[in-house]
Design a protein around this ligand. Structure first.
Ligand code: BTN
Length: 249
């Protein structure tokens, strides 16, 4: 990869750059097993086996951003799922200055980022036991559509170039790691409540009718204090959902 097109990362982060990889998340997992430290950032210009949530494919041509960041957050294991919302806010922080003021940059549970209702970024967070330690590492895999977006996806997709002059992937990665570092600090110092409040403020379609999984249908009513999705059924009863995919009707 060209030396001149590397991102500037905040201190404490180390770049591992490749032209192409199967999946940056898989590469990060191998590096953790070999002793990679927190702050390792794996970046590839393209992926041949990019993965999304629920075993979906993440189509990964050159021009978009594919990166996985290794973190060892010092929180109780049951709080690690909060990272989904921390990462989504960091992606939103990164994208906001790149798009026109009239564009809406919103969040879809648990951690998709949408521009004007269409998906621009997906996040796949995977946990990995640290060799010889009780702690768990997180691999925060982030894809941002910069110059192209896939067709025929479960939720319509878009890319930055449809609304703005597209930046280089290296620029987006530098800004993203800096934003993630700031959001991590907010979460570790202030707990989940401020992260949750901000996520809800920017949530897409509060009150809209959604289907979760195959058959749970109701109004999207936000998230609870642990990040679980809240669905209000027609009779007024509220259901909590901790995992699954959401489809807006
Ligand atoms: C989703 O929305 O389903 C999550 C998509 C996550 C894609 C990123 S691209 C970088 C990292 N490597 C992968 O194989 N997946 C994640």
């Amino acid at each position: 990869m060209s030396e001149t097109d590397h991102p500037v990362l905040p201190s404490g982060y180390r770049l591992v750059a490749h032209e192409t990889l199967g999946s940056t998340n898989d590469e990060a997992r191998g590096l953790i097993a070999a002793g990679a430290a927190a702050g390792t950032v794996v970046w590839a210009r393209s992926q041949t086996a990019g993965r999304g949530r629920h075993g979906r494919e993440w189509v990964s041509p050159v021009g978009n951003l594919y990166a996985s960041i290794v973190l060892h957050p010092r929180v109780e294991p049951e709080r690690l799922s909060e990272m989904a919302f921390v990462a989504a806010l960091a992606v939103r922080d990164t994208i906001l200055p790149l798009v026109p003021a009239e564009a809406s940059v919103a969040l879809k549970w648990p951690n998709d980022v949408l521009i004007d209702g269409r998906k621009i970024s997906g996040i796949l967070i995977e946990a990995e036991k640290l060799p010889g330690e009780a702690r768990t590492a997180l691999i925060v895999g982030i894809g941002v559509n910069i110059v192209s977006a896939p067709r025929e996806t479960s939720h319509p997709a878009t890319c930055l170039s449809t609304v703005a002059r597209p930046p280089r992937a290296s620029q987006v990665l530098g800004a993203l790691v800096a934003a993630l570092d700031r959001r991590l600090e907010q979460w570790l110092r202030g707990g989940f409540a401020p992260v949750r409040d901000e996520w809800v403020r920017h949530a897409y379609g509060v009150g809209a009718i959604v289907v979760v999984g195959d058959d749970l249908k109701g109004a999207f009513a936000g998230i609870d204090e642990s990040g679980a999705l809240l669905i209000e059924l027609p009779g007024g009863e509220c259901r909590r959902v901790v995992a699954g995919s959401v489809r807006y009707l």
